[in-house]
Design a protein around this ligand. Sequence first.
Ligand SMILES: Nc1nc2c(ncn2[C@@H]2O[C@H](COP(=O)(O)OP(=O)(O)OP(=O)(O)O)[C@@H](O)[C@H]2O)c(=O)[nH]1
Length: 318
Amino acid sequence: MQSFRATFPSVSRDLLNWFPGHMGKGMKQMQQKLKLVDCVIEVHDARIPLTGRNAEFKYTISGAKPHILVLNKRDLIDKRAEGTIIKRLQQDDYEAKHTLFTNCKSQSCSGLRKLMPLAQDLISGSDRFNRANQREFCIMIIGVPNVGKSSLINVLRNRHLNKKGASQVGAIPGVTRSVLNRIKICEDPPIYLLDTPGILEPNIADAETGLRLALVSCLQDHLVGEELIADYLLFLLNKQQNFRYVQVMGLKEPTDSIANALMESAIYLERTIRTKQLDGTEVIRPDVTMAAKFMIKSFRTGAFGKVLLDEDKIFNNR
Ligand SMILES: Nc1nc2c(ncn2[C@@H]2O[C@H](COP(=O)(O)OP(=O)(O)OP(=O)(O)O)[C@@H](O)[C@H]2O)c(=O)[nH]1
């Protein structure tokens, strides 16, 4: 029986701290607009419900406002885990009582259907609603990069106003940079959504948090290193006893060695790279970086099945 690593070797946090200038600026702009905000919808990736949420949001943005946590990309996790995720969130954070799971790729998603009625309900119970003369409301959409904020705005706009394409969607983190696009979502009463840039915490708590954020594309792959991300993925898949990677990557058997896995996979995929040696002769080697990219992409496109990266934290005995 193959044995696997029980813990992941330590990694320099410097590799994982990515806080471009526009994020700090974005946070300030968001704070300036808070007076006009009636409700905050925080979007996060359902594969990491307990990892990587920006704690600064709670203290500086959503603190005094009605708050909904949307766990998006629910299509990428096993539906049966949703109840346990909610219970686990409520243990840590009583504010998590308004949590919905959404899939922006499916118009028929029940979470999408419930979201605006829940927001309207929270708004109508808020102080500002009862004091305001003007009946025009604003919901700020916040979250770390690439969790689907723009997709959510588009899908809600499409659903409630029958309009398409209000907010730019992209697979690369950090697509939304201009803060505070105000997008009308409902005519009566007039409700607007404020799109905001994805903002990470300036200091990521620990290396595993950074690596989980990298796996769900909140950090750009090349900044962390594809081979390191692939190694962490291999570690997690083995821990969860998910060995689908063996077949997908063309390996003979499960392994705990990323070097062997990538080498074998590069040969299977026929990915090679030419390199020059010191004496000027060229050698052709298996391209392990391409194999790492292939492994990461396979995870993101679901080839390894539905993988809840926070499984150990949710079912905390694993
Ligand atoms: N599988 C799946 N993919 C989704 C879902 N929602 C969004 N995506 C994809 O996730 C990626 C990021 O979506 P965006 O809407 O641009 O995310 P964002 O949070 O606005 O990103 P930033 O602008 O970087 O902050 C895109 O490739 C979307 O197609 C979902 O529910 N399920």
